[in-house]
Write a protein that binds this ligand. Sequence first.
Ligand code: ATP
Ligand code: NMN
Length: 319
Amino acid sequence: MASSAASSSSSGSSSPRFTNPPNYVFPHNRLSRVMRNPEKTPIVLVACGSFSPVTYLHLRMFEMAVDYARQNTDFEVVGGYMSPVSDQYKKPGLLSARHRVNMCTLGVNEHSFGWLMVDPWEAFQDYQRTAIVLDHFEYEINTVLGGVQTPSGEHRHVHVMLLAGSDLISTMSEPGVWSEPDLDHILGKYGTFIVERAGSDMDQATEALARWRHNIFFVPQLIQNDVSSTKVRLFLRRGLSIRYLLPASVVSYIEDHGLYKDDGPNQNQASSVSNNSNISSGGGSSPPDNEKEKEREASAGPDKEGAKQSSGTTPAPTQ
Ligand SMILES: Nc1ncnc2c1ncn2[C@@H]1O[C@H](COP(=O)(O)OP(=O)(O)OP(=O)(O)O)[C@@H](O)[C@H]1O
Ligand SMILES: NC(=O)c1ccc[n+]([C@@H]2O[C@H](COP(=O)(O)O)[C@@H](O)[C@H]2O)c1
């Protein structure tokens, strides 16, 4: 989708810094606006990724982080967001943003009492670096909404934090994927919760990030589960059941729309959401090499190669 230059936010305030997709409204219906414990520091967790499709492990990441925060930190989690990446993030198997956002929405709405939300801001526009995505949350929550309050009505600034699996954090020490200023912005200004992921060494993942260690919180996976979107896509192509790996409503959505049955030339193009511009720094206007993806997926394990490939095609960070 070609993003509009609309600059108005959900509340009508003007935002000179961000470009919003058409008709965009920042979701905050499940954000706790009043803290339970005024002694704590309010935080919002933001998970960025493809979510193609969303799995129970994406949802579990938030639960693991909230348990960890409650037991080991002075943070109070007041909300959680999934921010599906734009269609312009070139990654094999990346379905259109419309479907990915719809599936995430079904996933978070599985429980009406939930605290998770899906923010489509990033999905329906040009590729946005993660540092900018976090700035967008900071702006919407603290500038537009005015943060949160303590039970006695005192204002509190909400700290936005990135929630990620250890495979994503590993890419932060790979040359050329993240710029130094962006890392400083993400890990220095905001901070992160890193959820252990099978096959990804947390120590190695963060060795190079030691200077921000005060802002990095490691969440162990007490029940190891390496469900990944890659494996779900592989199962679908092989005609295997994906039930109980993802929310039932998402399974039905995939069936109803016949998604991931094959790995056609570029699943994004099947979307009603058009994708006119190509901002890949690698000049990568060519569709993903799906044969290679198949081979890669056939060997079990997290989709690290895919993550590298996709990350490498993100626009060169500019500050
Ligand atoms: N099983 C898991 N354990 C821990 N973190 C996970 C798991 N699955 C996904 N994540 C994390 O969720 C975020 C978004 O993930 P993403 O959409 O890339 O899912 P994925 O399953 O890794 O996808 P793919 O297999 O297509 O690469 C990332 O930070 C990723 O590390
Ligand atoms: N420089 C950057 O901001 C940068 C680099 C690599 C990945 N990312 C983000 O990390 C996420 C990676 O998602 P996948 O694991 O699905 O590839 C995406 O949201 C992507 O935008 C950001």
